[in-house]
Design a protein around this ligand. Sequence first.
Ligand SMILES: [Zn+2]
Length: 638
Amino acid sequence: MPSGFPSDFKELVRSRTDLVALIGESVALSARSGGREFAALCPFHDDHDPSMRVYPDRQSYRCWVCDEGGDCFSWVQKIDRVGFVEALEMLARRANIEIPKRMGRASNSDSHDRNSLHEIVAWADREFHQCFLNAPFAAPAREYIASRGFTDETIRKYHIGYHPDNWQWLLDRAQGLYAPEQLATVRLVGEKRDGNGYIDYFVNRVLFPIRDERGRPVAFGGRVIPGARNENDAKYWNSLEGPIFSKSSLLYGFDAARDAIRKANTAVVVEGYTDCITLHQHGVENVVATLGTSLTEQHVLNLKRFARKVVLNYDGDSAGQRAAERALAKFLAEEIDLRVLTIPNGLDPADYIETHGPQALNELIENAPEALEYKLQAAVTRNGVESIDARERVLDEVLELIGQTPKRATGTREDAILGRLSVRLGVDERKLRARLHELRQTLANRTSVNNPNTYRVDSEEVAANSGFFDSKLTKDDLAECELLEIIFTAADSISAIGQEIGSADFRNPFLRRLFQLCLDIYEQGEPPTFERVTSIVEEPDLKSITVWIDQQAREKQIARILQDDDATCEDAEAPGPAYLKQAIAALRWRREELSHELRKGEFGQTAAATAGLNEDKIAMLRQATAHHQQRVTKKTLN
Ligand SMILES: [Zn+2]
């Protein structure tokens, strides 16, 4: 055995591990096919539909998009980024199986081994907690915690601890167990400034253990006790990051909140761990807290695996509100139904729940405004809407937020907010769209030049110009797809289409290339059937688009629509299926609309510009747009 363990040990661990329960600790699973399999959002790629399946009978999992798959060992290796031996040991411990001495391998000499690091933190956690519960000198800590209204049950559940006012306390207790260097690795002690030995990191603070998603303590948050000697030091103090603790991915209380989050399909994010604990204690359990940092993409991704809706609560002061607004872009980019909860009278959620009760808080959570709506309200409150200048500023603020987010992520919410913006500010909705489009392109260019390595840039670039499926298809795209659907269904329609439409009429670069390919095939005297096109296309991207379009055509039963049209066609002047003619007309109309816009000059900037347009022209344009949109929507919904 390469791992040095007997193989029956490995099998024992495997047989005692329920893969569904294990995976359920990290992602939300939903039963499919009567429980014969489970589906989840894949944590290994940017998943938007649950692409991962877990098979209880085979104790295996697989993602059908990124092909990641395996058993319980590969799951832990991948998700915890550890080697096989560590995964095996971790799962053995989890199943309460005694780990045999390894054969043919030196004893565990690696002090950075994650399992032993976890052991050290767990040991310290027990020391702190016992000290809090029992030590006479911990009385002020107990009084402080009692004053926060924490019950004994809560104190035990959240394992609240205390580190006494003594810079050597933990080091002394570790003697004979752990070396100071080991304690330093998990940031429980730090090297003295003169380099001459170590001192404890948390001194005279109440400690809140921070646990990872498996419930293992990995770090601590320490709070000063009011009236204590160090009262004027930083109020909160978190462990420094280290090999097993990353602030940017962990959320406080997640292990305790997970089931409630999954059940409610909603996660509430608050700013402090005492708020989080208080809410849990009052029965509002789907709550987590950030660890003194702002929200990161990784936080968002972790929440997204369990909840479709995330409710952010930040302090009611203007700094808190600004922080909330800054967090919005991150969530919007992840296709989460994001709400912003503002608690009346600037109260924090713990105060609110204590005076008004859980029911009232739940109602606030339930009715928290949608993020874009919140942004609009905040911008209106800040700037007003009286003058054109003020309206411009509101417009800029809101569009800038939406513009930072790929279109696919905001989807129908974007449509709704643009509609409301248009009404509220008296600006034509199409102008808003044009301006938003420009903004997205500018942002994409700017960020990709300045900042080539950030996560943000990736999604920006995706939004601007990459994969076909990366952004929500526009009505224009759908109209273009429709023509290709017709061609794949009835290849001879290419002759009629080719007379009216050129590839330059296609705006989507992928669809344009596919259409040009159809024309090329036709010019060589062959029908551009789906089979012919797929046999020529080599790029996987283009091929998958071709397959998708063909799939759409079959789902929409285009063959039948065309047949029915043929049978009922009474238009002797221009024979042919009405559906085909409509599809051609849609693209031709668009071409005319474009030339009209170009003649009109650049898109106006404010409501005032709309007034410059001839009323009849506007009415005509509106009517035509409505007709066009209705037609496309009807077809895509069918
Ligand atoms: Zn995947």
